[in-house]
Ligand binder design. Structure first.
Ligand SMILES: Nc1nc2c(ncn2[C@@H]2O[C@H](COP(=O)(O)OP(=O)(O)O)[C@@H](O)[C@H]2O)c(=O)[nH]1
Ligand SMILES: [Mg+2]
Length: 334
């Protein structure tokens, strides 16, 4: 049974379950709930969701790999979700990523998955939320979500993650770009990667000035950590320690709980939106319903949207009536 294989830690079944979430197959919500129920009382530590964002080439994947090795040495299971809305298929992983993936191929404590835009209903963010929930239900200690820090994805990552690491480098433009994007608000930690390159000290100094916060009880002071992910020689252990500290801070201040609650609310809203979108597309595609006039030039989209929402509400009250009075439930009268 699928659920048993998942609980045994079978990564193929895990990958299949994530595919089911991506394509929004019915029943994945129930599956995850069942997993939570089956594992309740297992006493395993809860999941820390770490977001890694930053410009392409800043070393996010390399950093994810180095952190993975470090956490594996501590006995933690690590899942890496590489979110790339521009990648149309899983094969979009670049060569370096493939090599990294192969290195962990035999380790059942490492799961690496590319979340592309392929066949997604409701978008990559919704699929990623679902995958994160599944991994949480299975008790994976660390979930790393890597997103390219461009546009919308970096804002979405901070809604999904407990701890957001913004990766920047001394390379021309990266430091300034960080400030421009107003990304300081979403960063819980900064990693100045490629600290082996010239100019790293300056970027570290600038960022520390930028995020300086008063030394107050209950206020998280955003650390700026120089790292050399490529060798793991510098900073990566410090970054891992800072992530543990951030986690402890979230738990101590109660922010952990409110982040989980906010994520749940956001996910429900997104699911409703995706389901309503499906519903609207289905109705619009139905020629019998004639929701759009022949003369599309002068069509009134607001009116059509209202008509669709009325039908959605009507459908809902039918379901409610069926629940109240089983006699009218067509499934029973069959
Ligand atoms: N010099 C140097 N290069 C690095 C470091 N970390 C990563 N790189 C290189 O930067 C390039 C991009 O790394 P990658 O992890 O794929 O970046 P991503 O696009 O942010 O995921 C690769 O060629 C890495 O080997 C580092 O600390 N120092
Ligand atoms: Mg990458």
């Amino acid at each position: 049974m699928e659920i048993d294989r998942l609980l045994e830690g079978d990564t193929r079944t895990l990958a299949q379950a994530i595919s089911a979430i991506e394509t929004r197959q019915p029943g994945t919500g129930d599956l995850i709930q069942e997993l939570f129920a089956r594992r309740a009382g297992a006493g395993s530590p809860s999941t820390q969701i770490v977001g890694l964002t930053g410009p392409p080439g800043s070393g996010k994947s390399t950093l994810a790999d180095t952190l993975t090795m470090l956490w594996r040495a501590q006995g933690r299971r690590v899942a890496v979700l590489a979110v790339d809305p521009n990648s149309p298929f899983t094969g979009g992983a670049i060569l370096g990523d493939r090599v990294r993936m192969q290195r962990h191929a035999l380790d059942r404590g490492v799961f690496i998955r590319s979340m592309g835009a392929r066949g997604h209903l409701g978008g990559v963010a919704l699929a990623t939320r679902g995958a994160v929930r599944l991994l949480t239900a299975l008790g994976w200690e660390m979930v790393l979500v890597e997103t390219v820090g461009v546009g919308q994805s970096e804002l979405e990552i901070c809604e999904i993650a407990d701890s957001v690491v913004v990766v920047t480098t001394p390379a021309a433009g990266d430091g300034v770009q960080v400030i421009k994007a107003g990304i300081t608000e979403i960063a819980d930690l900064f990693a100045v990667n490629k600290a082996d390159l010239a100019g790293a000290d300056r970027v570290v100094r600038e960022l520390r000035d930028l995020v300086r916060a008063p030394r107050e009880e209950g206020v998280w002071r955003v650390p700026v950590i120089p790292t050399v992910a490529a060798t793991g020689a510098e900073g990566v252990a410090e970054l891992a320690v800072a992530l543990d500290q951030h986690r402890a801070h979230l738990v101590a201040t109660g922010a952990q709980q409110s982040r989980v609650e906010r994520r749940l609310r956001d996910e429900v809203v997104e699911l409703v939106g995706a389901a309503a979108t499906d519903f609207a597309r289905r109705l619009l595609a139905d020629p019998e319903l004639k929701l759009l006039p022949e003369d599309v030039q002068s069509a009134n989209p607001e009116q059509a949207a209202e008509a669709i929402l009325r039908r959605l509400a009507a459908e809902e009250s039918k379901i409610e009536a069926a629940n109240r009075d089983p006699a009218v439930d067509h499934r029973r009268s069959e």
